[in-house]
Design a protein around this ligand. Structure first.
Ligand code: ZN
Length: 210
């Protein structure tokens, strides 16, 4: 068993990670042990040949799909000065894969981000994709994910406004519970001019729907 001191060191101060719902330690041995126990508890023999490596595989997968827990999305959002842009910048259909923290099942969909820069403060489109990626790779709630993306853009880019829309299918609603496959949950977070000005908001929405 790994001791705490052998675990990977996290560069970020704990408070900063916690601000966005992150924790600071991933213990793969502990995940393996837990998966064995879950298999046992549901009545499956985890010592069966084909299942022998399953706990290890799941632990490795968790390390990958929860990698965002250990990363700070704010660091990814570099601010570049470019005075040419005064209108809406829209990034549409960013692929999104996250895990619902209520059921630990995936929710899969797309994120759309619109913002209007102020004083030429913009960022690379790939940086926005990174922010979505980091925040998705955590046990999440779609509503919170939407808000976090909007808030990070507001605090880092200080734009005129930002609007984030996420549409996603939750497997916890498709394969269990209400069992409604294909149903999309849509959430939005609207800040600044997009909140204050109906016309600007409609313009962004129309672009997202196109
Ligand atoms: Zn769920």
């Amino acid at each position: 068993m790994k001791k705490i001191k052998d675990l990977p060191k996290i560069k970020r101060p704990r408070e900063k990670l916690e601000k966005y719902g992150g924790i600071s330690i991933m213990d793969k041995k502990k995940i393996e042990k837990a998966i064995k126990e879950i298999l046992e508890a549901i009545g499956v023999d985890h010592k069966k040949k084909d299942l022998l490596d399953t706990p290890k595989r799941v632990a490795e997968m968790y390390e990958e799909i929860f990698a965002g827990v250990h990363k700070d999305p704010e660091e990814e959002l570099e601010v570049v000065l470019d005075q040419k842009h005064h209108e809406i910048i829209l990034l549409k259909g960013i692929p999104l894969y996250s895990i619902c923290e209520h059921h630990l099942l995936p929710f899969i969909g797309k994120a759309h981000i619109a913002y209007i820069p102020k004083n030429g403060r913009v960022t690379g489109l790939s940086k926005l994709v990174r922010v979505v990626d980091i925040l998705s790779r955590r046990p999440q709630l779609q509503e919170r994910l939407t808000t976090q993306i909007a808030e990070i853009i507001m605090s880092k880019l200080k734009p005129m406004g930002v609007m984030v829309v996420i549409e996603a299918e939750h497997l916890c609603m498709s394969m269990r519970g209400v069992r409604k496959p294909g149903m999309l949950t849509i959430t939005s977070a609207v800040r600044g001019i997009f909140r204050e000005n109906q016309k600007t908001r409609s313009e962004a929405l129309a672009l997202m729907k196109q």
